[in-house]
Design a protein around this ligand. Structure first.
Ligand code: GLA
Ligand code: ZN
Length: 679
């Protein structure tokens, strides 16, 4: 099962009519028509309404809401409503409330407030999902189920402790295996009874917070367990839904690069991926592209839904900047360019009270339609209407893969040494930025992904080597591809224990280097690196981490220029089979990363059409019938002129485009060109 069926890019968002009298609904639908909003996500936080007491279910209001949406011809993405539990539940069963990292049992409040291991929570959340599905499954307007909301919020209670011990028994089978995996001879930790095992928290293994642990192996397993525990909640609800709704797709809204949950472990259980895009600032174009690709990678490249984005401002940050005119459109098309088949907002009408009353909405408190934001939403809605089904189901033809691994992220971020300043996410984003600037289509995939279709695989900071990933990377190079990895890769096995071999462990043969020593310095210390390959030369800076490389078979591409290791290799390339293994041993600056990545891409002729025009993004999607759609997104606030790279039709204006002809792109311009079929 995959995405909900549709005949165009679905357009709409979270809608909470339960917060308003029915006259307002009238007005809402008139405005939805004006903005061509065809899809509403309903009931995300309705638990206290649909189940006002343990033995009372009351769907009167939700019935009216669903009836109305259906009568108005909208698609409904229907939530189970378990994103926050109701006050009566917390009062009757304090066990449903989370215990935090500091060991404090919470009382009723906020949301993400449930203990995932609480049998009461599990029973009642599944029961609610069961009843919602039973009641509305037959309704033609309902196109998808939305379980929970933005899963997150770790718990450290006794119930979770017990569940953790059960999870560990399944994983290790015996205490002997667990003691070996956790390396418990260190600091007198040998466990002699399962009951001795505690969740790693501020009261046990941690100091200074969640990233500082005496036993990374224990902390890693708790992260995995917690991710699985919340997944079990999702699966409880999904199973309950399936009893009466065998065919409708089920999803939950992810949060992109969200560290606490390993979305790769979740992905097989979702029918389609969806996520909420709230970038940290308005210079996050590359990061958003990365995250869209990461989310698309969850389901083997199948399209996803952009479940939420604000049309204008967020409210939860200390400072909440307004999206500049044109960005709502540009960023929505960026999502589509990277694989979204639905573009939805949070929210359609602004809340009047509580913490999100200043959060942006399609319809503000005054209910006007003559606002800039509403106009931009309506114009975008009209564009999606014009586009029709052209992108639906279309896939990204990527020949480059970027590996992203939650385990490596966790292991590196919680590691004592070599440096707390080297952050997994920043390293990966730096390499992605280089790919993005070069204009190459790429997939962001798990280490378990099939790599046989890629010419280039980047595996920055692949700290942990699991399963057969080293062999599969070697296979990419053997058949002529290029594999790149960096400092702090190939260091530990899946239990976070160091390999008893030269660094980079199982990646050593492919990389043709050996690392005996490494140096870490504060951000003020720069070691210049001279890069050289063919006619390309550049001097760049490196910071934070400097591994000392002894080539075993690799050639030197870049060398340190300072310190006692001046003149030794900082970047190498190893001929391996018909391809190469590239090793970047230093924390190169962005110019250095880009230089190396471009050398890799050039070998495979993979640079995009405009690699030297900053912030002009290109992306391609190929439809089920072979149509090639070229997206051109100008992220600059100034116009830019480039030569068209294909013959085709601009689907938004109907203009003919001819390859080689000048295209003048306005600030924040979007072009969707359907290339003419070739030959
Ligand atoms: C998240 C949630 C929504 C809302 C928005 C506000 O994405 O899912 O309920 O709180 O954030 O930005
Ligand atoms: Zn708990």
């Amino acid at each position: 099962m995959s995405l909900p069926t549709a005949s165009k890019v679905l357009f709409g968002g979270d809608y909470n009519p339960e917060q308003w009298p029915e006259q307002v609904w009238e007005e809402d639908y008139r405005l939805f028509d004006a903005a061509r909003i065809d899809t509403v996500t309903l009931g995300v936080f309705d638990w206290a309404l649909t189940q006002p007491a343990e033995n009372v279910y009351d769907f009167t209001l939700l019935d009216r809401i669903v009836d109305r949406a259906e009568a108005e011809g909208r698609n409904i993405c229907l939530a189970t409503g378990t994103g926050a539990h109701p006050p009566w539940l917390a009062r009757a069963y304090p066990q449903v409330c989370r215990t935090d990292f500091e060991g404090r049992r919470h009382r009723f409040g906020q949301r993400h407030n449930s203990c995932p291991s609480s049998p009461v929570f599990r029973r009642l959340s599944a029961e609610l999902a069961r009843r919602v599905a039973r009641r509305y499954a037959g309704r033609p307007a309902v196109v998808a189920w939305h379980v929970g909301n933005e899963y997150g919020g770790a718990c450290y209670c006794e119930l979770c402790g017990t569940a953790f011990r059960g999870w560990l028994r399944d994983r290790y089978g015996s205490l002997a295996a667990l003691n070996t995996a956790w390396y418990t001879t260190f600091w007198a930790h040998t466990f002699t009874d399962w009951g001795e095992i505690e969740p790693p928290s501020a009261l046990t293994e941690h100091w200074r917070g969640p990233d500082h642990t005496a036993f990374p192996g224990i902390t890693l397993d708790y992260l995995r367990f917690m991710s699985d525990a919340m997944l079990a909640n999702f699966r409880d609800e999904k199973a309950a839904i399936r009893e009466s709704s065998p065919d409708l797709p089920v999803t939950t809204n992810f949060m992109g690069m969200y560290r606490p949950i390993d979305y790769h472990r979740w992905a097989p259980h979702l029918d389609f991926a969806s996520w909420d895009n709230y970038p940290p600032d308005d210079t996050s174009q590359a990061r958003m592209a990365f995250t869209h690709d990461l989310m698309r990678g969850l389901k083997d490249g199948a399209p996803f839904w952009l479940m939420e984005q604000t049309p204008s401002v967020t409210a939860c940050r200390d400072v909440n900047p307004l999206k500049r005119p044109g960005l709502l459109r540009l960023w929505s098309w960026q999502a589509v360019a990277h694989g979204a088949d639905a573009v939805l907002f949070f929210q359609l009408r602004a809340s009047r009270g509580a913490s999100e009353k200043y959060h942006g909405a399609v319809i503000g408190h005054a209910g006007r339609q003559d606002t800039r934001v509403f106009r931009e939403v309506a114009e975008l809605g009209a564009e999606f209407d014009r586009l029709g089904d052209a992108v639906l189901g279309a896939r990204t033809p990527a020949r480059v893969a970027l590996l992203f691994d939650w385990d490596s992220w966790w292991a590196l971020d919680i590691s004592d040494g070599p440096s707390r300043l080297v952050r997994y996410q920043q390293v990966v984003l730096g390499y992605h930025r280089a790919l993005w600037d070069a204009g190459v289509d790429l997939d962001v995939v798990a280490v378990t992904a099939d790599l046989s279709g890629y010419d280039v695989v980047l595996a920055p900071a692949l700290h942990m080597i699991k399963g057969d990933v080293a062999e599969r990377l070697a296979a990419v190079a053997r058949r002529g591809g290029s594999v790149l990895t960096t400092f702090l890769s190939g260091r530990v096995d899946e239990n976070d224990n160091a390999f008893l071999t030269d660094v980079p462990g199982p990646l050593g043969p492919l990389m043709g280097v050996r690392i005996d020593e490494w140096d870490a310095r504060g951000p003020e210390v720069v070691n210049p690196v001279r890069l050289r390959s063919g006619d390309h030369r550049l001097e760049v800076e490196s910071r934070l981490i400097f591994e000392l490389v002894i080539p075993t078979s690799a050639e030197v591409i870049g060398s340190y220029l300072a310190d006692f290791y001046a003149g030794t290799p900082a970047v190498t390339r190893n001929a391996f089979g018909a391809g190469h293994g590239w090793y970047v041993a230093a924390g190169l600056d962005q110019a250095g990363v880009s230089w190396v990545v471009r050398r890799v891409l050039e070998r495979h002729q993979l640079l995009g059409p405009y690699p030297d025009v900053p912030d002009l993004e290109t992306a391609v999607r190929v439809g089920p019938d072979g149509d090639r759609l070229h997206f051109l997104l100008n992220h600059r606030d100034e116009a830019v002129e480039v030569a068209a790279s294909v013959d085709g039709l601009d689907l938004l204006t109907g203009d003919r485009i001819e390859a080689g002809r000048r295209l003048c792109l306005d600030p924040y311009a979007v072009l969707v060109i359907r290339a003419d079929p070739t030959g």
